[in-house]
Design a protein around this ligand. Structure first.
Ligand SMILES: NC(=O)c1ccc[n+]([C@@H]2O[C@H](COP(=O)([O-])OP(=O)(O)OC[C@H]3O[C@@H](n4cnc5c(N)ncnc54)[C@H](O)[C@@H]3O)[C@@H](O)[C@H]2O)c1
Ligand SMILES: O=P(O)(O)OC[C@H](O)CO
Length: 330
């Protein structure tokens, strides 16, 4: 497992139920020591006990060189640098499984596009993408969840699906990498919008409208990028949007709620250890939509509140003043 934040720790703990030993690569020595000696992650999900067969290692080159299946769970904006550091050490038969959700701002690229750019063609082709409604704490506690896993290489996908398949963690396979990735990345931006809507106390009807139109935006950009329409109705699309945009457990929803309640992004991010991917992805998605000529008014509104210091109420008024139109859902 490459990345020892909440989600890397949760997925590593899950896989411990199927493998004799799972290695967790940690940037932070403090995490490695606490996992190896106390079976806890001192900095993330620290209240939860971890399996005894989870072993932490801080040497990225060693972990990359000695494992065939590498699950990538570093926040999106750091993925390029971590892949760069791993690249010379990777085995020729390595299978990367991406479990992060976001779009990189630096080059406006999805994680699949970063892998395509940086890895040998066959290795990038067999990379898998796991995404869907799943909170780390709930997964560590063994509560039921279901997610999607996507891969372009049909020969690799069944084995990776089986690796991540448990009675309480059901994994559904698809070949739609673009759809799964974009659903997971963009739902975080719409979750920020939903939090803003609730922070402004606009009510449940407004939030339902926002989520429905938000999903239409996600599907519109996703289809323009080559994703399949039906994927956006699935676990990595509507499923994850429902979870993230309606739960106070979500970091993205919480950022939005605090913005809607009057705090600034600077105040919210000061001292925050955990990542809310939607903040950076809002920037990347706004630019991507412009590049592709895709209309995304809700993403534009989140961008204006986050990056143009626009007043949230005024931005919502502008959204509500848009012209009359037919209902198109993708
Ligand atoms: N937490 C969840 O419930 C959950 C569920 C599904 C998907 N995800 C996704 O998983 C990914 C990881 O999120 P998380 O919740 O594990 O993160 P987190 O907020 O719990 O932890 C932050 C992580 O960032 C790492 N980090 C900080 N600076 C870094 C740097 N310069 N280089 C490399 N790594 C650095 C830290 O070591 C840590 O592993 C995100 O894309 C997130 O959207 C999270
Ligand atoms: O806490 P969030 O907002 O990062 O969401 C976590 C997961 O992506 C939910 O599926």
């Amino acid at each position: 497992m490459i990345g020892a934040g909440s989600w890397g720790t949760a997925l590593a703990a899950l896989l411990c139920g199927k493998r004799e030993r799972v290695t967790l690569w940690c940037r932070e020595l403090e995490i490695a020591e606490s996992v190896n000696t106390q079976h806890r992650n001192a900095l993330y999900v620290s209240e939860l006990e971890l399996p005894q067969n989870l072993v932490a290692d801080t040497d990225l080159a060693r972990v990359a060189a000695t494992h065939r299946v590498l699950v990538m769970v570093v926040p999106t904006q750091f993925t390029r640098a971590v892949v760069e550091a791993m690249r010379p050490h990777l085995r020729d038969d390595a299978v990367l499984v991406s479990a992060s959700k976001g779009i990189e701002v630096q080059k406006i690229e999805t994680l699949a596009e970063i892998y395509d750019e940086m890895l040998p063609e066959a290795m990038a082709q067999r990379a898998c993408f796991l995404s869907g409604p799943s909170f780390a704490r709930e997964v560590i506690r063994g509560l039921p969840a279901a997610v999607a896993i996507a891969c372009r290489d049909a020969a690799v996908l069944p084995a990776i699906q089986e690796l991540f398949f448990f009675p309480h963690f059901r994994t559904y396979r698809t070949d739609d990498v673009v759809g799964v990735e974009l659903g997971g990345a963009l739902k975080n931006v719409i979750a920020i919008a939903a939090g803003i809507c609730d922070g402004l106390q606009y009510g449940h009807s407004a939030r339902a409208a926002l989520l429905t139109r938000g999903l239409a935006e996600i599907a519109r950009l996703g289809i323009a990028m080559g994703g399949k329409a039906e994927t956006f109705a699935g676990l990595s699309g509507m499923g994850d949007l429902l979870l993230t945009a309606t739960s106070t457990q979500s970091r993205n929803y919480t950022v939005g709620h605090r913005l809607g309640s009057g705090e600034t992004l600077e105040q919210i991010q000061a001292g925050a250890r955990e990542v809310a991917e939607g903040v950076k992805t809002a920037d990347a998605a706004y630019r991507l939509a412009q590049q592709k000529g895709v209309e995304m008014p809700i993403v534009g509104a989140v961008y204006a509140i986050l990056y143009e210091q626009r007043n949230a109420r005024e931005v919502v008024l502008e959204l509500l003043s848009r012209e009359m139109k037919p209902e198109v859902t993708g």
